[in-house]
Design a protein around this ligand. Structure first.
Ligand code: NAD
Length: 295
């Protein structure tokens, strides 16, 4: 049994902490929202009144926060916990944040002799509940091997992307490509439908042809083509447009920081932003189809 400190018990962190408890680990939890702490303590977690309190005796400290500023503030802010973390603990930040921010925090950890991994996840709330997330990890291989059994409780696929910050870079690249594939698929489907084709027939042709991709395979954005996808349920559930906009913003930041060209990523961000501004922020990201359907 490991002693784990878990900070950030929202849509993702809550179920991740629950799965660690189900696996019989001792989990001390904190969130700025007291009801979320209470909910995990009802499942056997140790309720803490501050982030500093979860550190007490922890072998592992896991954070799952909204964005870069929250992670920087938690670890490096005026009341930041980094100086309070024991050098025998390993810190894993699972939040999706900018690589620059992730590097800033891990550099501070390194300076104090604290091992830190960035481990953003893919798989959404469903994956967090089912314990089937994909972890994309940056940091040393040796540190990853020490925490692998814990990550395997919360996820099915654990990838080592490279040194500190590499997990964030890989996650951002994947989500940028996903946004481009989804937008292109929606655009092609609408062009076919507008020219008299059946969306189901066209989907099958493209799936088996050179345009075949993940969206056509398992996540078709056109309503009525596939069962059990958000497109069949008014785009409810799944991966929210607002989160895709956030990740594409991180891709833009990373591109600027390294003077990289991301013309398609930039266009996808603009299309998703426009779609979000029309009230679609809380819908699944495959709802980008609606941007093409409305004529
Ligand atoms: P969320 O907003 O539901 O949860 C974040 C939690 O952090 C909230 O409960 C908030 O109160 C808490 N928090 C904020 N600042 C804090 C602090 N200083 N101390 C303690 N708690 C604090 O967000 P989420 O959906 O759980 O996402 C978490 C991260 O995972 C994000 O970076 C997101 O981009 C990423 N992610 C989310 C999904 C998804 O489908 N929701 C999928 C993959 C990755």
């Amino acid at each position: 049994m490991k002693k784990i400190g878990f900070i950030g018990l929202g849509n993702m962190g809550g179920p991740m902490a629950s799965n660690l408890l189900k696996a019989q680990h001792e989990v001390a939890v904190y969130d700025i929202v007291p009801s979320l702490v209470e909910s995990i303590s009802e499942q056997g977690g140790i309720a803490c009144k501050s982030a500093a309190e979860v550190l007490c005796g922890a072998d592992l400290v896991i954070s799952m926060l909204p964005a870069s500023q929250h992670v920087e503030s938690l670890y490096l802010g005026d009341e930041g916990i980094m100086p309070l973390i024991d050098t025998s603990s390993i810190v894993i930040d699972c939040s999706t944040i900018s690589p620059a921010s992730s590097n800033k925090v891990s550099t501070a950890a390194q300076a104090l002799g604290i091992a830190m991994l960035d481990a953003p996840v893919s798989g959404g709330v469903g994956g967090a509940v089912a314990g089937s997330l994909t972890f994309i990890v940056g940091g040393t291989e040796a540190d990853l091997e020490k925490v692998r059994p814990i990550l395997e409780i919360m996820g099915n696929n654990i990838f080592h992307a490279g040194a500190a910050g590499a997990g964030q870079v890989a996650k951002i690249c994947n989500n940028m490509l996903l946004s481009v594939l989804m937008t292109g698929t929606a655009e092609a489907l609408q062009l076919g439908v507008n020219n008299g084709l059946d969306a189901k027939v066209l989907s099958e042709i493209m799936r088996k042809s050179s345009g075949g991709n993940w969206a056509l395979e398992v996540y078709n954005p056109y309503p009525g083509v596939m069962d059990n996808v958000p497109a069949g349920n008014d785009y409810q559930g799944g991966f929210l447009v607002d989160l895709m906009i956030k990740d594409l913003g991180l891709a833009m930041e990373s591109a600027l920081a390294t003077d990289s060209s991301i013309p398609l990523g930039a266009l996808a961000r603009n299309l998703y932003r426009l779609h979000g501004s029309k009230g679609a922020g809380g819908k699944d990201f495959s709802s980008i189809q609606q941007l093409f359907t409305t004529r």
